[in-house]
Design a protein around this ligand. Structure first.
Ligand code: FES
Length: 102
């Protein structure tokens, strides 16, 4: 459904992980755009049914892009610029309030 408008150049590449899998995306992308560019369409599961959800509006309205970033849950991936070495995890259900910040 989504595809980058330009090819990824090595000089602009940032490395990050999603659930421990190494990925790269371009500097300037948001976390949600980086996941979509890597073919990841679901980044969380709903608290009630566990249904997979993925970025939809890409502008901070729908909250479908929630992920855990560096140990902090409920982060809106579409509003957060990707940074080198980010440790991103899919969010299963609600944020865990006692989650330890990395
Ligand atoms: S994709 Fe809708 S809030 Fe992030």
């Amino acid at each position: 459904m989504f595809r980058p408008m330009h090819e990824l150049k090595a000089a602009d590449a940032l490395g990050f992980t999603l659930d421990g899998r190494a990925m790269t995306a371009r500097a300037g992308d948001t976390v949600a755009a980086a996941l979509l560019a890597n073919g990841v369409e679901a980044c969380r599961q709903t608290p009630v049914s566990g249904a997979p959800r993925g970025p939809y509006c890409m502008m901070g309205i729908c909250f479908e892009c929630l992920v855990v970033i560096d140990g902090v849950g409920n982060r809106q991936g579409c509003l957060i610029p990707l940074q080198q070495g980010m440790r991103i995890e899919t969010q299963a259900g609600r944020r865990q309030p006692d989650a330890v910040r990395a």
